[in-house]
Design a protein around this ligand. Structure first.
Ligand code: NAD
Ligand code: UFG
Length: 343
């Protein structure tokens, strides 16, 4: 399976680009397909600087069957790693149709073209959001499924699609990797998270505050039932996550069926712990202010990653300090990220 050619949809994005590095390091040949709705083409240059390889690029959309067919014909993919999606929870509430169209219809078209070309393995970016409101922590894969917003439902629905596709085709393999909170950056400082507009997520917001693009971090809720009153999450380094994809695929490439796995560390960190780790990374105080709880947020959420650890011979070993150190290296080298914008 070394040298397998892998279609990486959304491969210019945050998680997909780091997955391309992990694939390359493991001897695979990633081909990136991206419509650049939330990424810069400069990611390809950065990947080349890191790996010494120019990865082939298909500029296109997963909803465009003709583009997909051309790419499948040209590259003869052995498997698909499917990262392409819209992912902003708030935006999905305001514009649900765009989310169902991109994330669900796009995946249906991708699966149809995979079927036409006899490509039987898919690794799908799922999310801890498929567990809806956590009923207990740590969350294992048997936790009930549900959602609280359209983005989350797109992940639940795609998982169901994959379950049904695997039932109908006994050769089909679908690995649904349920990420907890991906953060961090490549250790080179050349590649990292590069959100457009105001970041929705904590770590990019803290990073932009540290670099001076924001004046303070709003801490959404300081009266939760947690040790310091702030929300607790399972932050996982994006390279651990990337390596988890490769480990999952290596373990299961000859298998079939729908297989969901949590990818997390099994450890929770509070908002204030994240800010404090970042202060150590950048060597300065990061201003923050108490703000009201964000609607839909829960107090605590972390993974039970035991299943992935047991099956894949993998674990997330990079700690919170490594995550914030790597984000700071990236943020300070590229204060404005790679996308064209001003401070
Ligand atoms: P991202 O926005 O950085 O990457 C997604 C990439 O897909 C972008 O480069 C975007 O341009 C591309 N894209 C979107 N729609 C497309 C389409 N129709 N055709 C072609 N390309 C398209 O996001 P990310 O953080 O790297 O997330 C990757 C995947 O992981 C997504 O499926 C996301 O839902 C999932 N996920 C992310 C998180 C997180 O917190 N980052 C958590 C859980 C799950
Ligand atoms: N937070 C702040 N200030 C901010 C941003 C976030 O205090 O400016 C807090 C949140 O209240 C939460 C923690 O930081 O306690 C983490 O928030 P993120 O937005 O970074 O992450 P979430 O856990 O809320 O969201 C993640 C994914 C979503 C997914 C959700 C549920 O980013 O895609 O988990 O699984 F839907």
């Amino acid at each position: 399976m070394m040298e397998d050619t892998i279609l990486v949809t959304g491969g210019a994005g945050f998680v997909g680009s780091h997955a391309c590095i992990a694939l390359h390091e493991a001897g695979f040949r990633p081909v990136i397909l991206d419509n650049f709705s939330n990424a810069s083409e400069k990611v390809l240059d950065q990947l080349e600087r890191i790996t010494g390889q120019r990865f082939p690029l298909v500029r296109g959309d997963i909803r465009d069957a003709a583009t997909l067919r051309d790419a499948f014909q040209r590259y003869r993919f052995d498997a698909v790693f499917h990262f392409a999606a819209l992912k902003a929870v708030g935006e999905s509430v305001r514009n649900p149709l765009a989310y169902y169209e991109n994330n669900v219809s796009g995946t249906v078209i991708l699966l149809q073209v995979m079927q036409e070309w006899g490509v039987r393995s898919l690794v799908f970016s799922s999310s801890a959001t498929v567990y809806g409101e956590p009923r207990y922590v740590p969350i294992d894969e048997t936790h009930p499924i549900g959602s609280t917003n359209p983005y989350g439902w797109t992940k639940v629905i795609v998982e169901q699609l994959l379950r049904d596709a695997a039932k109908a085709n006994p050769k089909f393999l679908a690995l649904a990797l349920r990420y907890f909170n991906p953060v961090g950056a490549h250790e080179s400082g050349l590649l990292g998270e590069d959100p457009l507009g105001t970041p929705n997520n904590l770590v990019p917001f803290v990073a932009q505050t540290a670099i001076g693009r924001r004046d303070h971090v709003p801490v959404f809720g300081t009266d939760y039932q947690t040790a310091d009153g702030t929300g607790v999450r399972d932050y996982i380094h994006v390279m651990d996550l990337a390596e988890g994809h490769v480990a999952a695929f290596r373990t299961h490439h000859e298998d079939s069926g729908f297989k969901p796995y949590n990818l997390g560390t099994g450890r929770g960190s509070s908002v204030l712990e994240v800010i404090s780790a970042f202060e150590k990374s950048c060597g300065a105080r990061i201003p923050w202010k108490s703000a009201p709880r964000r609607p839909g947020d829960v107090a605590v959420n972390w993974a039970d990653p035991a299943l992935a650890i047991k099956r894949f011979n993998w674990r997330a070993w990079r700690d919170l300090q490594t995550m914030t150190d790597d984000v700071w290296r990236w943020q300070s080298a590229y204060p404005n990220g790679l996308q064209e914008r001003t401070l």
